[in-house]
Design a protein around this ligand. Structure first.
Ligand SMILES: Cc1cc2nc3c(=O)[nH]c(=O)nc-3n(C[C@H](O)[C@H](O)[C@H](O)COP(=O)(O)OP(=O)(O)OC[C@H]3O[C@@H](n4cnc5c(N)ncnc54)[C@H](O)[C@@H]3O)c2cc1C
Length: 466
């Protein structure tokens, strides 16, 4: 907890008188609940937190922060990577939890606090699916503003940000604006990919895809079989079928009761498989991988889209997680060998998850309305993650970075914002092409010249960092 209250109690009372939702400082009982996050690695300690009940509360909080010259931070589920929130006005948007599905228009309109599981189940009733990420409890808005990479629908339909139709946002001047391609073209371009640099999105409308069912799941084998499985992974990616998406991971599973018995205490190789064609074709595509090694667990089958989280099987319970990422221009056989040498069976590393995701397909194509989402030409993403003591990113970083460097020879110059694992502005800059970064900074100077929204992936309004 932060015990240096930097805000005058009279000012806090004034802010509370302007909001419907709760306002709390470190001395208040509600502070802990309002600042809690899924990722326990980044404890939140803002000067004051506002539990926004509606967009008016968000406006009141942003105006208060601007008047007090304090930065604004936005908290939804807390799955992201965070810098220090000390001195910040934290706006907790979790109570903005409305979900409206329009089955005829095939759209969803959601509040800023909504998680993917809420949209997936509501849309599933109408046989529709959002371009959601690997985990059910990640926040829709944070994910989408960072691009939004879906392991099931991305290669067929593109980035989640490509499907945004409109949003409401409270900008640094305290205005609530409705943004669509016609009304505010610059903000419509910048916020889709620029994340929280331009304000607090209070509501988001996006298209849903006609995908009631798919064929997919995970195939777990002992990591001693990684060479053969990685060769098959490379073969499947080379098919370049937009309906098919695969990813590969080394998983160091703890010997803990919450881990399924066949995986407990093992180093596993995990093939994540999803296919949007029929189940017969899906079975044929996965058969060679199945024949390579005895499965420890095999969950690949035809299933409703509502079960898409079975593909990655991400952890649901809160944990202190640290991560790093790089994009890869290619993943040839030599890269697979380097990956096995760095993270395969028998290697002693504290890095628990080492993952290669296939990109390409529709992720590479420009959408109808261009956005700040960059590096669409990239073929693969490379991501590493581990758990460590909360607030100790310095200690967790060296093994993550040295593992990332194992594939340096195949790296692209860019990075993916949603998986960065750091709030370093230079790393944030790498998530964008030079032209996109210049335009984002120009718009940042226009909409947020004082850099009020500087907590998290900060777009510095000057051109110093790159
Ligand atoms: C287990 C796990 C699985 C993941 N899988 C995927 C995946 O498959 N694909 C993918 O693309 N990403 C994935 N991610 C990354 C995830 O999309 C980002 O961490 C995202 O930022 C999380 O948003 P959140 O709202 O859940 O988290 P938070 O930590 O609450 O928010 C993260 C940041 O998003 C911004 N933000 C959130 N809400 C708003 C808002 N209303 N207005 C403005 N800014 C806002 C803020 O900068 C905030 O600091 C995954 C992360 C985890 C931990």
């Amino acid at each position: 907890m932060n015990d240096t209250t930097v805000i005058n109690p009279t000012d806090v009372k004034l802010l509370a008188s302007r909001t419907t939702g709760p306002v709390a400082t470190p001395a208040d009982e509600q502070y802990e609940a309002l600042t809690s996050s899924w990722n326990l690695a980044y404890p939140q300690s803002p000067a004051v937190v506002v539990g926004a009940a509606d967009a008016d509360d968000v406006q009141a909080a942003v105006r208060f922060a601007a008047a007090a010259d304090l930065p604004v931070a936005v908290l939804s589920t807390g799955h992201g990577t965070w810098g220090s929130t000390e001195q910040a006005v934290l706006i907790n948007v979790r109570a903005l939890d409305s979900v409206t599905i329009d089955p005829l228009a095939r759209t969803a309109t959601v509040g800023a606090g909504v998680e993917w599981q809420d949209v997936v189940s509501a849309a599933g009733v109408a046989g529709l699916a959002p371009v959601s990420g690997s985990a059910l409890n990640v926040g829709v808005v944070g994910y989408t503003l960072g691009g939004g990479l879906s392991p099931v629908l991305g290669r067929a339909y593109g980035w989640a940000a490509d499907h945004v139709l409109a949003f409401d946002i409270v900008t640094p001047d305290g205005q609530l604006r409705t943004v669509d391609p016609q009304s505010e073209p610059d903000l419509f371009w910048a916020v889709r990919g620029g994340k929280s640099a331009f304000g607090v999105v209070t509501s988001l409308t996006f298209s849903l895809m006609p995908v009631p069912r798919f064929f997919g799941g995970g195939l777990y084998v002992d990591a001693v079989h990684a060479e053969a499985l990685l060769a098959e992974f490379r073969h499947l990616t080379a098919l370049d079928d937009d309906r098919l998406t695969v990813s590969f991971a080394f998983l160091r599973m703890p010997a803990a009761p919450f881990v399924p018995e066949p995986l407990r205490g093992r180093v596993c190789a995990h093939l994540r498989f999803s296919f949007l064609g029929n189940a017969v074709e899906g079975q044929e595509l996965v058969a060679p991988a199945r024949a390579l090694a005895p499965a420890l667990i095999d969950t690949v089958c035809e299933r409703p889209y509502t079960e898409y989280a079975a593909v990655h099987d991400d952890p649901v319970a809160p944990m202190p997680a640290y991560e790093r990422t790089r994009l890869l221009a290619e993943f040839p056989e030599e890269a697979a060998t380097a990956l096995i040498e760095a993270a395969g069976a028998g290697v002693d590393t504290p890095v628990l998850v080492v993952e290669i995701r296939q990109l390409g397909g529709a992720l590479s194509r420009e959408p109808r309305f261009p956005s700040a989402v960059s590096h669409r030409d990239v073929a693969f993403s490379f991501w590493v993650g581990t758990v460590g003591a909360p607030g100790r990113s310095g200690a967790a970083s060296p093994p993550l970075e040295s593992l990332i460097d194992a594939l340096k020879a195949w790296q692209h110059t860019g990075s993916a914002l949603n998986f960065l694992g750091t709030t370093d502005p230079a790393a944030t800059a790498e998530a964008y092409s030079p032209q996109t970064l210049d335009r984002l900074r120009q718009l940042k100077r226009e909409f947020d010249p004082g850099n009020l929204f500087r907590v998290n992936h900060n777009l510095v309004p000057t051109t110093q960092e790159r």
